[in-house]
Ligand binder design. Structure first.
Ligand SMILES: *Cc1c(COP(=O)(O)O)cnc(C)c1O
Length: 350
C-alpha cells in the first residue's frame, strides 16, 4: 500500500492466474493451453507483419480480423467485437452491459475472473449454486437480474450446457443480457453463435488462447446483436482505441482462415481427453464429463492438495482450487499423449 494510491485501489482484489513457471522441462497441465502450436499459416502471417510498417498504428477497427470471424460464423461484421484476449472482451462487457441496478448472476463454481470484474466495476452479483452433479440448472436463474454470465463448457468443471437450455434462459430473460463465455466451446460443445440472430440479448465471447493455440498473442472475440457490440466499442474507444496490434490482427485472421489445422488439432486434444479420462478412471478417479481441453477429477480417498503437491515434485503441474465444494478436485489440462502418460505415471505412485 502507498499513500499515492487512489482509495479505490486499496480495496481491489485482482485475479490470480495459473502459474507460468520459468523452469523448462515441466509437464505443464495447469492453465489449459493447447499442447500443439498455432497454425503454421498464422505464424507466417504474423512474421510477414514484422517490417517497417510497425511504425504505423494498426487498424483501430481490426477490420481484417472481424471479416475473418464474420466469414467463419456466417454473421455480419457489425455483430463482431475483437479485443486483447477474451478477458478484455469480458471486461468491456461487464463495464458496458452489466452495470445495472439488479445483480449479475453466475454459477458458484465458475471462472474466478467474474467476481474480480464485479469488484473493479462495482457490480453486485449473486452466485447461483450448480446442482449436485456440478451442472448449471437454468431454472435456478429465474430471479431478478441485471445480466447472466457463465462459461460453456463451464470452467473448471468442463461440463457443457445444451443449446436448448441456453435458449430457455434467453427466453426467460428477454430484458437482460446473457453472456455465454465459450472459451472451450471448440472441444465438444455447440456454439450459441447460431442463436445471435434470434436473440438480441445474447452475447457470445470466445478466445484464440485455447482451441487456436494463441494464448501468447492475446486475442478474444464477441459475437452478438450490433447494439451490444456498439456498447463494447464505446467502452473500447474510451479506453484503448488500438487494442490489437498488427501481428495479432494478421495472426488471428489467418488462424480463423486455417480451418483444417484447427479441426485437426482440436480432434487430437479430444481423442487424448478420452484416453486421459480412461486412465484416471483406471486409477480410481471420478471424472466429470468434459467437453473442454481439461478434465476435473477427484479421488475418493486421496486428498487433492496432497496429490497436486506430489505431482509437482515429479515435475507435473495441475491446478487445484482451495474453494468450497471443489477442494477435492484437480483440474488437469489435456496435453500431448506423452505429457498425459507422464501425468498418469506420476499419479500411479501417489
Ligand atoms: C481462458 C479463459 C478466458 C480468457 O481467455 P483469454 O486468454 O483472455 O482470451 C475466458 N474465460 C474462461 C472461462 C477461460 O477459461
Amino acid at each position: 500500500m502507498s499513500k499515492f494510491w487512489s482509495p479505490f485501489v486499496k480495496d481491489l482484489v485482482p485475479y490470480v492466474p495459473g502459474e507460468q513457471p520459468k523452469l523448462a522441462k515441466l509437464v505443464k497441465l495447469n492453465t489449459n493451453e493447447n499442447p500443439y502450436g498455432p497454425s503454421p499459416k498464422a505464424i507466417a502471417a504474423m512474421q510477414a507483419e514484422v517490417n517497417d510498417n510497425l511504425r504505423l498504428y494498426p487498424d483501430p477497427n481490426s477490420d481484417r480480423l472481424k471479416q475473418a470471424v464474420a466469414d467463419y460464423y456466417g454473421v455480419q461484421t457489425a455483430q463482431v467485437f475483437v479485443g486483447n484476449g477474451s478477458d478484455e472482451v469480458l471486461a468491456h462487457a461487464f463495464h458496458g452491459l452489466f452495470q445495472q441496478s439488479q445483480p449479475l448472476l453466475f454459477p458458484d463454481i465458475s471462472y474466478s475472473f467474474y467476481p474480480v470484474y464485479c469488484g473493479l466495476y462495482g457490480i453486485d452479483f449473486v452466485q447461483v449454486p450448480l446442482d449436485e452433479q456440478f451442472k448449471i440448472r437454468v431454472e435456478d436463474y429465474a430471479r431478478p437480474n441485471g445480466g447472466i454470465i457463465f462459461p460453456n463448457p463451464n470452467a473448471p468443471t468442463g461440463c457443457a450446457l445444451a443449446l436448448d437450455a441456453i435458449e430457455r434462459l434467453l427466453k426467460a430473460n428477454p430484458d437482460t443480457v446473457v453472456l455465454v463465455d465459450e472459451a472451450y466451446i471448440d472441444f465438444g460443445g455447440a456454439t450459441a453463435i447460431s442463436l445471435v440472430d434470434q436473440y438480441p440479448n445474447l452475447l457470445v465471447s470466445q478466445t484464440l488462447s485455447k482451441s487456436r493455440s494463441l494464448a501468447g498473442l492475446r486475442v478474444g472475440i464477441a459475437v452478438g446483436h450490433p447494439d451490444l457490440i456498439e456498447a463494447l466499442e464505446r467502452i473500447k474507444n474510451s479506453f484503448n482505441s488500438y487494442p490489437l496490434d498488427r501481428m495479432a490482427i494478421a495472426g488471428a485472421a489467418a488462424a480463423f482462415e486455417d480451418k483444417a489445422y484447427f479441426e485437426q488439432t482440436c480432434q487430437r486434444v479430444i481423442d487424448s481427453r478420452d484416453a486421459v479420462v480412461a486412465g484416471l478412471e483406471g486409477l480410481g478417479f471420478e471424472v466429470l464429463p468434459s467437453a473442454a481441453n481439461f478434465v476435473f477429477a477427484r479421488h475418493p480417498s486421496k486428498d487433492a492438495a496432497t496429490l497436486a503437491a506430489g505431482l509437482r515434485e515429479q515435475g507435473v503441474i495441475v491446478r487445484h482450487f482451495k474453494q468450497q465444494r471443489i477442494a477435492q478436485f484437480l483440474r488437469i489440462t489435456i496435453g500431448t499423449p506423452e505429457q498425459n502418460q507422464a501425468l498418469l505415471d506420476a499419479l500411479q505412485g501417489l
